[in-house]
Design a protein around this ligand. Structure first.
Ligand code: AMP
Ligand code: ZN
Length: 469
């Protein structure tokens, strides 16, 4: 196996990834702010975070992944008030939809989903530590982080910090991307806002504080990987570093990994621009969640992805090619020994070449385009070998196993619903029986009925196969 290299925003370099504790990776992924339904841009980010975890596991590492749910924040409060609800009941359906969308996209659950509102004591403790170490000041009941007290401030975003300037404080969580500002850690109670009575006054946490407190509580003061999309580099992640390193004096995160956005007509898909698609809308357009998964994965995570209907059509075609290939392999595995072609070792070479190409692509900062390229080269070469009768049943089983191994990471092989499949198989058997009895009208009727259910039949020398349209 070659070495795994990941692009670290901190050093602006692809670096060799080795976990701090041998064999174990601790990873934090900034999760959703649940003030609205998740859109497919958000889903792209969560999808590649899971892909990273899966690939680390493929390489034999044990991974603990934590993803926060920001359930108290300016926009949530504003929307909940407008809807006349408290934040818990306002956010609940969005949290449910977030989990449901990820499950449909085959994103595996993280090990923990801490919610900001459950970690108020840890946040307060962190502010107190920062206060002891001279990084804070209070104004109007709120507590701020004084950026000029931390020499390394700006190292992630490479933002200019002019230490002679008098920093303006900023009350909101999101501010202009150009300026280093003193930012709010703890916001004083305001009329119509949820608040908690604490040692640092009655109020609520700033967004950045939430992630520092929860990540360090669950993963330790220094951990391996922190993920998010590029819009989080500044101010969110810069401020997380300031809070965490300011409080502990230790390095917070070793690898900062940021993915590019999903764009639509060359603009970032975002709730505020209103140019969003949800997974439900993609399904209404007639595409499966798997097609979306494929389309999102087909572009490496650090490349901007311009979302189009064409990308979903391409994904659908690619999935069909994989499915047809698997059916063809199955045909060889189950064929009678006399029909099975002979093995000449060619299949093992193809498998070896495929696995090496897949790993090399993924080792290169998760080059998913390269990984899929390796897969389709393998399928093409394997089909040629099958055409030439060079693939035995054992070869076909080996090829299937190689594909299953890679699919543990990519997870793009269409899965069949067993109940529905059993029903289809029964109809196919009835059609074969009808044709044997020379009742071709009945055979055609069954074929048409299956077609109406979106099932295409293919009669091959090895028997009848089916696939979804
Ligand atoms: P939010 O729910 O807005 O806090 O976003 C959750 C995650 O999705 C964050 O890591 C964002 O940076 C990311 N995100 C937001 N918009 C996009 C987009 N258009 N493409 C990719 N990731 C996005
Ligand atoms: Zn965060």
């Amino acid at each position: 196996m070659s070495d795994l290299k990941l692009y670290n925003t901190l050093t602006r370099d692809k670096e060799l990834f080795i976990p701090l504790v041998p064999g174990q990776v601790r990873m934090y992924s900034c999760g959703p702010t649940v003030y609205n339904r998740p859109h497919i841009g958000n889903l792209r980010t969560f999808l590649w975070s899971d892909l990273l975890r899966r690939y680390l596991e493929f390489r034999g590492l044990q991974v603990k992944q934590v993803m926060n749910i920001t359930d108290v924040e300016d926009k949530i409060i504003r929307n909940a008030n407008a809807a006349g609800k408290d934040i818990k009941s306002y956010t609940a359906p969005f949290i449910d939809e977030f989990h449901a969308s990820l499950a449909e996209l085959r994103v595996r659950p993280a090990d923990a989903y801490p919610r900001a509102t459950d970690y108020i004591p840890q946040m307060v403790e962190l502010v107190e530590k920062l206060k002891e170490r001279g990084h804070t000041y209070a104004a109007d009941g709120s507590t701020y982080f004084r950026v000029s007290t931390l020499p390394g401030y700006g190292k992630l975003s490479r933002i200019e910090v002019d230490s002679s300037s008098d920093f303006t404080r900023i009350e909101t969580d999101e501010y202009e991307k150009e300026n280093a500002r003193d930012f709010v850690l703890w916001k004083a109670k305001k009329e119509g806002e949820p608040s908690w009575p604490t040692e640092i006054g009655e109020g609520r946490p700033g967004w950045h504080l939430e992630c520092s407190a929860m990540s360090m509580h669950l993963l330790g003061e220094t951990f391996d990987i922190h993920t998010g999309a590029v819009d989080l580099i500044f101010p969110h992640h810069e401020n997380e570093i300031a809070q965490s390193e300011g409080a502990t004096g230790k390095p917070f995160v070793r690898f900062w990994i940021h993915g590019e956005h999903l764009n639509i007509e060359q603009q970032k898909m975002s709730k505020s621009l209103g140019n969003i698609y949800t997974l439900a809308e993609i399904k209404e357009m007639g595409y499966s969640p798997l097609a979306l998964r494929y389309a999102l994965l087909s572009v490496p995570y650090r490349t901007k992805l311009n979302f189009t209907r064409q990308s979903l059509d391409d994904a659908k075609n690619a999935l069909e090619r994989i499915e047809s290939f698997l059916l063809r392999l199955d045909g060889i595995v189950t064929s009678a020994p006399a029909d099975a072609a002979h093995s000449d070792g060619h299949a093992d070479q193809l498998i070896g070449k495929f696995l090496i190409a897949f790993e090399e692509a993924m080792d290169d900062d998760l080059n998913t385009a390269g990984a899929l390229g390796a897969l389709f080269t393998f399928i093409r070469d394997a089909n040629t070998a099958m055409d030439a009768g060079r693939i035995s049943a054992a070869d076909a089983a080996g090829m299937r196993a190689a594909l299953t191994k890679v699919d543990g990471v990519l997870d793009i092989v269409p899965r069949r619903d067993e109940n529905v499949d059993a029903d289809i198989e029964k109809m196919i058997e009835a059609r074969i029986a009808a044709r044997k009895a020379r009742n071709f009208a009945e055979g055609d009727r069954i074929r048409d009925e299956l077609l109406a259910r979106g099932i295409l039949l293919e009669d091959t020398p090895q028997g009848t196969r089916w696939r979804r349209k």
